[in-house]
Ligand binder design. Structure first.
Ligand SMILES: *[C@@H]1O[C@H](CO)[C@@H](O)[C@H](O)[C@H]1NC(C)=O
Ligand SMILES: *[C@@H]1O[C@H](CO)[C@@H](O)[C@H](O)[C@H]1NC(C)=O
Ligand SMILES: *[C@@H]1O[C@H](CO)[C@@H](O)[C@H](O)[C@H]1NC(C)=O
Ligand SMILES: *[C@@H]1O[C@H](CO)[C@@H](O)[C@H](O)[C@H]1NC(C)=O
Length: 664
């Protein structure tokens, strides 16, 4: 039914004058007007419903009928026209049959029961209070002189979170009292709310907030269910295996709640989180709440739309994100490419060109010097391009060059040396950082990637919100993941820590979990975990039964703990400190990383031996003895040779850099 229709019903009912004449208006109209306005202004209600008893022809002589009818209509006109508040008049029986459950569509209604006569008590007790969510509207009821609330409301439940006020006439003033029960069979509790005087109107005497006035559950026993899910919640059992408490973060929250709310908790163990099965029944902790076995589920339940239809949630304790975690792929050995990667191809080309160009320049100047300035050169050997290239190359590897007598050549040497210093520094820096930073490549970063990869399987905890995310979805990727990649139900890990252990133990296994849980469990597993992209942003909260009267007081206390910083303190103290792995931040260079260098070195030695042997064979020496490394004869001039870096040393040069890295 749309709100428009409700208004129509309210309107038609209020203008069918037949029943309204019979109700008794037990206070003067100005009291009604003024007091109801005061209450209305305090609670900011959007509409007022004036309720009265059903027709009782015997006690309603005609004269009174007309007078009452006029007064009541005046009252309605006052609220509608002068106070601009939608107002309707209705008898309780009509209200039950006509408006029905649609009262929920009226926002913040104020239900006024004008008197306590006729069948009001019987209707309230037997029909209204058993059918309506009493806490939804605000109630004010006018009692006749001599009516005792405890007697009048005997047998009627006014829930803990319901704002039900009764007004008693004391001389000129009205004393407005709140009535409620902690639980259905409990004594009727009353607390002063306000006083009305003809001069001052409604003056609030009680505390402002509802849960300041209802801060006490008077020792009520609440049943709490939880699940083994350290460090969030752990089940504490006695020697008979009976659950006697909850440990972990929620255990500490519950301790504070128990103290603050003055209630006592009893416990019942939940075997699973709770999902809706296809036949429409719930299991796990949600089922315990629905069946009223438990009043509160104290663990980090994920707030989902399906669950909200079945239970109510408290305000979120933590918000978190769901990720699928996989084992970090083992870090790659540095490849051959790693040694050329520090410089782009163009730089390598430029470097090569530079060596050749500067060699040509040096050779030419030396040659010219030799030719025309014989005095200065004496009988030193004539320059040759090949040996110069080798010398310049040596300079780029950090070796010295034979000093020249010619200033021009010296200038060229200086340029070569400066360039080489800068290049070697840049190259070493890039290589060192590459070796020192552990690098790994994720096989994929999204769930689509996991699906396409085909070698990975993944799991979630069974009977959980994550499970229903996959099992009841219209998203083709999630559906495919569920059908093709999720491990069979009976192999799903029961707890989060078990799931993470499976990730470490098995190759190609992903596990979906919140990052808060990973933060808490990370140092209990022996492998590094990597998250794929976020699957779901979620709020984790405790849950109570649908329309539970205790949700408000629990929320109020959690809010108080949150605002006071207690909640944060509890969360932080339950979470392991992040520094535990700090000393492991050194990563050593592995043998695999320097393997290319070793291969080059070995290759150089072997090549050297071969060339040496070949030379000896050609020169006609007798035997090919193993020549010591570096002692390899060359076709270059001996004097130059002593200055030039031998081939193998040159090749092992980067090795020296790496060794210094590994020794850092
Ligand atoms: C009603 O509204 C006033 C002002 O908008 C606000 O101060 C007051 O707290 C509200 N009362 C309730 C019960 O929400
Ligand atoms: C707590 O509840 C008990 C009833 O079990 C009651 O006697 C006591 O006064 C309450 N304590 C507080 C501080 O309200
Ligand atoms: C699946 O989701 C739809 C809404 O998307 C819901 O109406 C239905 O109850 C869900 N079924 C189960 C078994 O969870
Ligand atoms: C609904 O299905 C679950 C398993 O999916 C089963 O345990 C339960 O007994 C069923 N309930 C009814 C009422 O059929």
């Amino acid at each position: 039914m749309t709100p428009v229709r409700i208004v129509l019903i309210l309107a038609t009912t209020s203008f069918s004058l037949q029943p309204i004449g019979f109700c008794q208006l037990i206070r003067p109209n100005y009291v009604y007007r003024n007091l109801i306005s005061g209450i209305h202004d305090h609670f900011n209600n959007t509409c007022i419903l004036l309720l009265h008893a059903t027709v009782d022809p015997l006690t309603s002589p005609d004269g009174i009928r007309t007078r009452n009818a006029v007064r009541l209509l005046n009252l309605q006109r006052y609220f509608s026209q002068e106070r601009h508040t939608r107002t309707a008049i209705m008898d309780l029986a009509t209200f039950t049959s006509k408006v029905g459950i649609d009262y929920f569509r009226i926002k913040r209604p104020l239900f006024v029961i004008l008197n306590d006569q006729g069948d009001i008590r019987q209707l309230l007790t037997n029909q209204i209070s058993t059918w309506i969510t009493m806490a939804y509207p605000t109630w004010i009821m006018f009692l006749s002189e001599g009516t005792e609330p405890a007697e009048f409301f005997k047998g009627m439940n006014i829930p803990f979170d319901c704002e039900f006020m009764v007004s008693n006439n004391v001389g000129q003033t009205e004393v407005i009292t709140e009535v409620y029960r902690v639980s259905p069979g409990d004594v009727l509790r009353t607390s002063n709310f306000a006083i009305w005087t003809p001069e001052g109107g409604v003056r609030i005497t009680g505390l402002q907030g509802l849960y300041q006035r209802r801060a006490d559950l008077f020792g009520k026993t609440l049943w709490v269910t939880s699940i083994q899910n350290p460090p969030m919640s752990t089940i504490l059992n006695d020697e008979h295996g009976e659950m006697i408490g909850i440990g972990g973060m929620f255990g500490r929250i519950l301790d504070i709640l128990e103290d603050n709310m003055n209630c006592s908790f009893r416990y019942v163990e939940g075997k699973a989180w709770g999902v809706l099965s296809p036949n429409g029944t719930w299991n796990g902790m949600i089922a315990l709440l629905i069946d009223k076995v438990a009043d509160l589920a104290a663990s980090e339940l994920v707030l989902t739309s399906t669950r909200i239809n079945a239970v109510d949630f408290t305000i979120p304790i933590i918000s978190s994100r769901f990720h699928t975690y996989i084992k970090r792929p083992s870090s790659l050995f540095i490849s051959w490419k790693g040694y050329t990667a520090p410089f782009a191809t163009s730089i390598w080309l430029a470097l090569g060109s530079l060596i050749i160009l500067s060699s040509v320049v040096i050779t030419v100047t030396e040659y010219v010097g030799h030719r025309y300035d014989v005095n200065r050169y004496g009988d030193s050997p004539r320059p040759r391009l090949g040996s110069t290239v080798l010398a310049v190359f040596g300079a780029f590897c950090g070796q010295g060059m034979l000093a020249s007598v010619l200033p021009t050549t010296r200038a060229a040497h200086l340029t070569v040396h400066l360039t080489s210093v800068i290049l070697i520094a840049a190259y070493s820096a890039a290589l060192i950082s590459f070796l020192a930073v552990q690098t790994f490549t994720m096989p994929f970063t999204t769930m689509e990637g996991l699906l396409r990869d085909g070698t990975y399987r993944f799991g979630v905890t069974p009977n959980s919100a994550e499970y229903s995310l996959f099992s009841n979805t219209t998203d083709p990727v999630l559906r495919a993941l569920f059908e093709e990649r999720m491990v069979p139900d009976e192999q799903l890990p029961i707890t989060y820590i078990e799931g993470l252990h499976t990730v470490c133990r098995e190759d190609g296994y992903g596990f979906m979990i919140t990052d808060t849980m990973v933060g808490a469990l990370e140092n209990q597993v022996d492998c590094a975990l990597e998250a794929l992209e976020t699957m779901l942003q979620t709020s984790l909260a405790m849950a109570v039964a649908k329309n539970s009267p205790y949700r408000g007081i629990i929320d109020a206390n959690i809010l108080m703990m949150r605002d006071g910083g207690i909640l944060n303190r509890i969360i932080e103290s339950e979470w392991p400190t992040k520094f535990s792995k700090a000393e492991e931040s050194w990563t050593s260079v592995k043998f695999g990383d320097v393997l290319p260098l070793v291969i080059v070195l070995a290759g150089g030695i072997i090549l050297g031996v071969f060339v040496a042997c070949a030379e000896r064979a050609v020169v006609g020496r007798l035997h090919c003895n193993l020549v010591p490394r570096g002692g390899r004869p060359t076709k270059f001039e001996p004097s130059a040779l002593s200055k030039y870096t031998p081939e193998s040393d040159r090749l092992s040069k980067p090795k020296i850099n790496v060794v210094s890295v590994s020794n850092k």
